[in-house]
Design a binder for this molecule. Sequence first.
Ligand SMILES: [Zn+2]
Ligand SMILES: [Zn+2]
Length: 260
Amino acid sequence: MNLHLNLHSQMQAAWDHVLATYQPGTIEMAGVMGMQIIGFVIPATIYMLIDVVFPKFSQRHKIQTARRQPTRAQIAHCVKVTLFNHVWIVAVHAALTYAAGFDKAMLNLDPTIPGWQTIVTDFIFGLLAREISFYYVHRALHHPSIYAHIHKMHHKYITPVAFAAEYAHPIEHLLANVLPITLPLYLKGAHFVSIMIFTVFELWEAAADHSGYDFLKLPPAEMHDLHHEKFRVNYGTIGLMDWIHGTDVVGWDRAKAKNA
Ligand SMILES: [Zn+2]
Ligand SMILES: [Zn+2]
């Protein structure tokens, strides 16, 4: 049997077992917490440990210079705020589950998990929907009348570290971090397994984008790192919307002002 089919039938068997063993509300709660731990907390901790365990290797691969790196106290503060953001999102989900009843599913927990084609389609749909929604929410957060109240907090780390990905005002965390990733696939009615695969990837991408390291180029870490360094450039996640709006080069706004 080929590998993809084999993996898929193993996933289906695991899903059958989960559905037969736990209530829908418990499955969703465990999934929401599991996604955050596997997609974000573990990778962000590993990125942080690289700096402590392999300082030489770390310095060689940091995008910005050692002089500009945050202090240990600043990193500890960042971790504390970020974990709080994760905890309150879980608490909101727990409250919704409690209100709906643990015996009812709020998400699509269909007994048959989707095929690879649907999982890939959901993934691409999620990627594009997140790029478009995050771009506009992020640009709005940079509006002079909003910036100081909300988004300035996320920009505290000019030289970001992985945990700084979710270092944000609670309103920003909900509007820019949580909803652009989860809402489009929820509205599409995607299967919970599909949502989990996509969310784990996106959370890891956010951690990698803020890690400050130049390796693992698939999520374009330099792009968002530059946003933290120069502010008015690269508002999106994969570069598509910045390319469309011409906001992918430093100074795009100055050039526009000159031509006006
Ligand atoms: Zn950022
Ligand atoms: Zn920003």
